[in-house]
Design a binder for this molecule. Structure first.
Ligand code: ATP
Ligand code: MG
Length: 202
């Protein structure tokens, strides 16, 4: 008789990179939707170290961005936060992020999640070609941006419609600076974290 072999499949891991200054519900909905539709086992949020595209702006301390991301994801058993980018010296390049997560999850299938704006920029990323060999890219809709995989290798990119969350970290920072509420744009714990450490007060 044929021996029945339990069906196995590679672990499926989503990677959500971002500055997360602060993390907001747009990030969380995007990760949750991709996790569901791609049947991911886990999503790792990776706060950037020094984001090379944002050198002109003062970015909050990595430790604050990391902790807010931990607070925001703590209630979801399949979400976790990695320090690989904030612990690596020098500017953050996504190809290094994916390499490091791949080393933590040997044999896993990796899905890098990115909003429409970041997807457009990918061709300018360092070692973009290598990135496509290491992970599948999932580009998600974001209000105010056009989602297109033009000029990207079609077999490595999937475009996905996610519920529209017209939220950006910049807008949250502007609100806090203007003493306007951030409730319901970011998780409650993040609102309280921002207040506790007086972030974004300028
Ligand atoms: P900032 O305004 O400071 O640039 P941000 O809101 O764009 O912040 P980032 O940390 O720059 O947030 O984004 C991390 C990733 O999340 C990027 O791939 C970005 O496209 C995606 N993203 C951010 N906000 C949304 C949103 N509202 N809907 C879908 N994707 C989003
Ligand atoms: Mg951004």
């Amino acid at each position: 008789p044929a021996i029945s072999v339990p069906a196995t499949r590679a672990r499926r891991v989503g990677i959500m990179g971002g500055t997360f200054d602060p993390i907001h519900h747009g990030h969380l909905v995007a990760a949750s939707e991709v996790a569901d539709l791609f049947d991911l086992d886990e999503v790792v949020f990776v706060p950037t170290g020094r984001p090379w595209q944002k050198a002109e702006r003062q970015v909050s301390a990595a430790e604050h961005r990391y902790l807010m991301t931990v607070v925001a994801t703590a209630s979801n058993p399949s979400f976790w936060v990695s320090r690989v980018d904030i612990d690596r010296p020098g500017p953050t390049y996504t190809v290094d992020t994916v390499r490091d997560i791949s080393a933590l999850r040997p044999g896993a299938e990796l899905f890098f999640i990115t909003g429409a704006d970041a997807l457009q920029a990918i061709l300018s990323w360092k070692d973009a070609d290598e990135l496509f060999t290491m992970c599948h890219l999932v580009g998600v809709t974001r209000p105010g941006y056009h989602l297109s995989s033009e000029h990207l290798p079609s077999d490595s990119v999937t475009l996905l419609d996610v519920p529209a969350m017209a939220i950006s970290s910049s807008a949250v920072r502007d609100r806090v600076r203007a003493f306007r509420p951030a409730w319901y744009l970011v998780p409650d714990g993040v609102v309280q974290y921002i207040g506790k450490y007086a972030l974004y007060r300028g």
